[in-house]
Design a protein around this ligand. Structure first.
Ligand SMILES: [Zn+2]
Length: 268
């Protein structure tokens, strides 16, 4: 250890300045006596205790490699976020910045947060979540917070409005499309978590409803959790998606959260 530390410091210092051959016996309060060499660099200095210096360099190297690892994690996280396609407006939404304006909002926060925090159990059970109710009550905020949390836990998540999902499938019908309809549907079935926003916004053609059914059903059959966001109430959602689809979303302990408090969206 001492030899290694001494060599390390020797290399570091040799690059900066030659020793002027002056030495002194010095004492480190922690490590005892050592020979300190004088270096004529700048104002000149005496080499520190080699053990202390070795520990300092080692700590520095450890901090550097931790920083590099953190940077790699940050890059991985940013890539996962990009793949998640969370709308820019919701990019900074987290459970921690959700406004709990009333008891219902507090309960909704607790339910969605637990769903995301326990994502391993959620995924094992293929447990879905239905968020219905008032515009501006925070459904998308909580759903995107869940996506962020799930990605932090190392899973994949994708956010898509129904319109975007349907469009991604329809685009494959174009002549010369490189993707098949199956590819487009699989891209929505594969992620560990899919968030489908604006369910029920359009009436939708039968073909569009079929695409939506294929996605939700495909995820159901592969035991993959889906979060459904809709401004409809539960009856409206049932008539839009059909009882069978809603039943599938409720299987495996799938929860329904009704956002029945008024909008807390501030005029900005
Ligand atoms: Zn020392």
């Amino acid at each position: 250890m001492e030899t290694l530390a001494a060599r390390t410091i020797g290399q570091e210092l040799a690059q900066m300045a030659p020793s002027d051959r002056r030495t002194e016996n010095r004492n480190c309060e922690e490590h005892g006596g050592y020979v300190s060499r004088h270096f004529s660099f700048g104002k000149g200095f005496w080499s520190p205790c080699p053990v202390c210096e070795g520990a300092r360099l080692e700590a520095q190297a450890k901090a550097d490699s931790e920083k590099a690892a953190q940077e790699r994690r940050d890059i991985g996280m940013r890539n996962a976020m990009r793949r998640a396609a969370i709308p820019p407006r919701f990019a900074d939404r987290r459970f921690s910045n959700f406004d709990v304006t009333c008891e219902g909002a507090g309960k909704a926060l607790a339910t969605v947060q637990q769903y995301a925090d326990d994502f391993k159990a959620t995924l094992d059970a293929g447990r879905s979540l239905i968020l219905v109710g008032n515009v501006g009550a925070g459904k998308t905020h909580l759903a995107t917070s869940a996506a962020h949390r799930v990605i932090e836990l190392g899973y994949s998540a994708v956010f898509s409005s129904v319109m975007e999902a349907v469009r991604s499938v329809k685009e494959t019908y174009r002549r010369g499309s490189e993707r098949t309809e199956r590819d487009a549907i699989d891209a929505l079935i594969d992620p560990d978590l899919l968030i489908l926003d604006e369910v029920g916004v359009q009436f939708g053609s039968d073909a569009e409803k079929l695409i939506l059914f294929e996605i939700i059903n495909g995820r159901y059959e592969n035991v993959r959790p889906t979060i459904i966001i809709s401004n409809l109430d539960m009856e409206g959602l049932k008539s839009h998606l059909g009882d069978r689809v809603v039943d599938r979303l409720r299987e495996g302990g799938g929860k329904l959260v009704v956002f029945d408090w008024p909008s807390h969206r501030r005029a900005a």
